[in-house]
Design a protein around this ligand. Structure first.
Ligand code: GRG
Length: 273
């Protein structure tokens, strides 16, 4: 039942994303359109926009044009971050989701531009839906989390730091990964004018979800004994498992505190994290 529900949300997200990209088709160089489409439709799980829509639904609010635009923006920002993260100057990955990475398929120069184009287009479509104070604050929140105090800060620390100091690594994960989860869950709450208490709680939950997500990635790296150079990670299985259990418990407690227990958001969190 939950799977059907999530598939249905993904269908809505894909529809919105295709509509957005279609508006540019024929008005931008074909190579740019093709690359943007390839980066956005490579088989991603759409976790961030799904979280956004589920958060909206758990607040018993409809999927307005503004909400759907923010959902498409968040997926475009995520897609840009992966395109740039895969580049030879960063992670130097040849495959993503079982397919050639964007720079392998389109060339390095184009991959940089395709990433830039996705980020810029995300901002462009958000700017169109700003119509009041709440929508302005919601868009600013997303831009801030994607920016130099959020994801870009995390990625910078990631490529310049080569220690395994736990607190420092968790801060990097928070910048690199939690920031976009926070954008996904907090922006709709700001847009819909929810109480400060709910906003702060969702921000805290999303922080833990990002950490759990990264820690699970570290765990699967250990299990695959996938030793990647230049990537910050925690490699002690016992520590990782302890942290995941602790963060999951914190998420449960906060959800209960704000009356979100047994909502769709709660169920989706349990499925993915
Ligand atoms: C280039 C500014 C800049 C940032 C990149 C998020 C990030 C920062 C890099 C990704 C590095 C990485 C592979 C981290 C592991 C966790 C992660 C974000 C995985 C990919 O996210 P999924 O699983 O991707 O949601 P799908 O394929 O489902 O879209």
């Amino acid at each position: 039942m939950m799977n059907n529900y999530i598939d249905n949300l993904i269908e809505k997200i894909d529809y919105e994303l295709k509509n957005v990209l279609n508006c540019y088709r024929g008005f931008i160089p074909d190579a740019l359109y093709d690359g943007m489409f390839y980066a956005c439709f490579g088989g991603g799980k759409r976790i961030r926009p799904v979280l956004m829509l589920v958060t909206v639904e758990s607040m018993r609010k409809p999927f307005t044009k503004e909400v759907m635009t923010l959902a498409a923006s968040i997926e475009m920002i995520h897609s840009y971050s992966l395109v740039h993260d895969d580049l030879p100057g960063m992670d130097n990955d040849l495959f993503r989701r079982g397919k050639p990475t964007v720079h392998v398929k389109f060339g390095q120069g184009m991959a940089i531009l395709i990433g830039d184009a996705l980020l810029n287009t995300a901002f462009e479509i958000m700017s169109v839906v700003i119509k009041d104070d709440n929508s302005l604050k919601a868009c600013s929140y997303i831009i801030n989390k994607a920016g130099v105090k959020g994801m870009i800060a995390g990625q910078t620390k990631d490529i310049t730091y080569n220690n395994e100091h736990l607190e420092e690594v968790l801060t990097i994960y928070e910048n690199k990964t939690s920031a976009l989860f926070q954008a996904s869950m907090v922006a709709p709450a700001i847009l819909l004018g929810l109480d400060e208490k709910i906003i702060v709680s969702l921000e805290e939950i999303a922080k833990y979800l990002g950490l759990i997500f990264q820690l699970k990635d570290d765990l699967s790296d250990i299990n695959r004994s996938n030793e990647k150079l230049n990537t910050v990670k925690i490699s002690n299985k016992r520590i990782i498992e302890g942290l995941i259990a602790d963060f999951r418990q914190k998420v449960e407690l906060i959800l209960e505190c704000i009356g979100f227990k047994n909502t769709k958001l709660h169920k989706v969190i349990r499925m993915y994290f």
